[in-house]
Design a protein. Structure first.
Length: 480
């Protein structure tokens, strides 16, 4: 199993998903570098490292990179060597026949357009992917068109072409089929466990659609075709790609969804702190600091956002400079999108107060003020909580922040310099790895000890992590 996973994710940026107190934890960096796996031993090491987080699922980017040497390498589009086109079909294991009926519509269209040897299906747990091997496009084609644009255009063109026929299956069976190809997309690696159910991701060729049975994804006796995702014919998909590129002439990354409305893909924020930006980490920890000292959640949010903006400006302009008015474009340096600080209150109505050893302006309502604009709880929710929620559940991050900050003395929390140096700086770029993982170890260990005392449950619910399952596979107790 480790050999299979390693072979698939080689030269891709890897993500490992686990859980903490029933909430998702997404690990994408190790020792401040993008997480990668280049061999079977690294699979075992990675899963073992996060076993106490009940690591279950291994994802990888849809891109194969030329090299992955650091954070900048995965943010550089020119470093993408190939991109795997895939069509996501979301349903359920109980409704697997409908999911595969939709997959057949896609497969039949691809075959009619000369793409068959390079096509495979991955059952992801609650649905399926129809994927085209990234090597189905010739090096000559990829020298003229960026791999991401090729993959996106092919998927979009196929979905638009079969929309009418596919709609019938989607609407009759409550499915969702969509184009998810974008710059930061990850998908499930073969032989990884589903994040919620004890089913394993397996691959098979389209000619096995009629034979597929739910027993194939049972972790105790799974059936997986290792050749399915490996087989391809170079150049097989070139003609389809050229048709797609001509048809999808305006590449605005509009993603077709069947079953829901079409939308425009939102670019994801470049990854820091395991996916959470420094601005959001600062605001989160400052909010936790205020809450622990004074116990007011709404004002804690206001204080957290206010201090994050203040320190972002201090870094850019130097301490002592705080502009009275801040334009939207200027705020981009702080990592805040769309938050305007034009004056909304008379200057004379605010007062200067000392809070946690810092001086800050406060409005008559008790919210903190920057640029004559109150930082309201809803501003925090939009610019901090929502950004964190894109990476991990915000409530998980908030709880972890409270536990982390509470380890420090009141003396540290009431001293701005000590708070910055001792609390914020050590975790600002590795918040998920250093804060959430560390705090999860003890809780997860207790959970594992408790689960070992319970009787085995149905394979439709989680009973063990990927580490335990992998160990059983190595002992020859699983698989076919």
């Amino acid at each position: 199993m480790a050999e299979e996973i390693a072979a698939f994710v080689k030269d891709r940026w890897v993500a490992i998903e686990g859980s903490y107190e029933g909430k998702r934890v997404f690990i994408r960096h190790y020792k401040e570098k993008p997480l990668t796996i280049q061999g079977p031993l690294e699979v075992s090491a990675a899963i073992s490292r996060y076993s106490r987080l009940n690591a279950r699922t291994i994802y990888a980017t849809i891109h194969v990179y030329k090299s992955i040497s650091g954070r900048d390498s995965v943010d550089d589009p020119s470093n993408i060597a190939m991109t795997t086109p895939f069509i996501d079909i979301d349903g359920s294991l109980e409704n697997y026949r409908a999911v595969l009926e939709a997959a057949r519509v896609v497969v039949d269209y691809l075959e009619k357009h000369g793409v068959s040897k390079s096509v495979y299906i991955l059952w992801s747990g609650e649905g399926a992917h129809v994927r085209i091997n990234e090597q189905a496009f010739s090096s000559e084609l990829l020298s003229r068109y960026h791999p991401l644009i090729v993959a996106y255009s092919v998927v979009e063109y196929v979905l638009r072409s079969i929309k009418e026929k596919l709609d019938q299956v989607v609407k009759a069976n409550n499915l969702k089929v969509e184009n998810l190809v974008d710059i930061k997309r990850v998908f499930t690696a073969p032989l990884s466990l589903h994040r919620q159910r004890d089913v394993v991701a397996i691959t098979f060729k389209p000619h096995d659609i009629d034979s597929f049975d739910p027993s194939w994804v049972d972790p105790r006796r799974y059936r997986h075709d290792p050749s399915a995702w490996r087989s391809y014919e170079e150049g097989e998909a070139d003609n389809l790609a050229l048709e797609a590129l001509r048809s999808v002439a305006s590449i605005k990354l509009l993603h077709t969804k069947l079953g829901v409305e079409r939308r425009q893909a939102r670019p994801r924020v470049a990854s820091r702190s395991g996916g959470i930006g420094r601005f959001q980490v600062m605001a989160l920890l400052q909010a936790a600091r205020y809450y622990l000292l004074y116990g007011d959640l709404e004002r804690a949010k206001s204080f957290g956002l206010n201090r994050a903006i203040f320190y972002a400006w201090a870094k850019h302009y130097g301490h002592g400079y705080v502009p009275r008015y801040m334009r939207r474009a200027q705020l981009e340096i702080a990592g805040v999108e769309g938050l305007q600080l034009e004056s909304t209150m008379p200057t004379e109505s605010k007062r200067l107060a000392e809070v946690a050893g810092e001086e800050a302006y406060v409005s008559p309502r008790g919210f903190f003020v920057m640029g004559d604009k109150e930082q309201l709880p809803e501003d925090y929710d939009k610019n901090v909580a929502a950004k964190i929620e894109e990476v991990i559940p915000y409530e998980l991050a908030w709880e972890a922040a409270l536990k982390y900050v509470s380890k420090f003395s009141k003396q540290v929390l009431e001293d701005p310099s000590k708070f910055f140096e001792r609390v914020y700086e050590p975790v600002r770029d590795r918040f998920i790895e250093l804060v959430i993982k560390e705090l999860a170890d003890e809780e997860t260990k207790k959970s594992e000890e408790k689960s070992q005392e319970q009787k085995p449950r149905s394979p439709t619910t989680k009973t063990y992590g990927l580490y335990k399952w992998m160990k059983r596979d190595q002992e020859g107790k699983l698989g076919t």
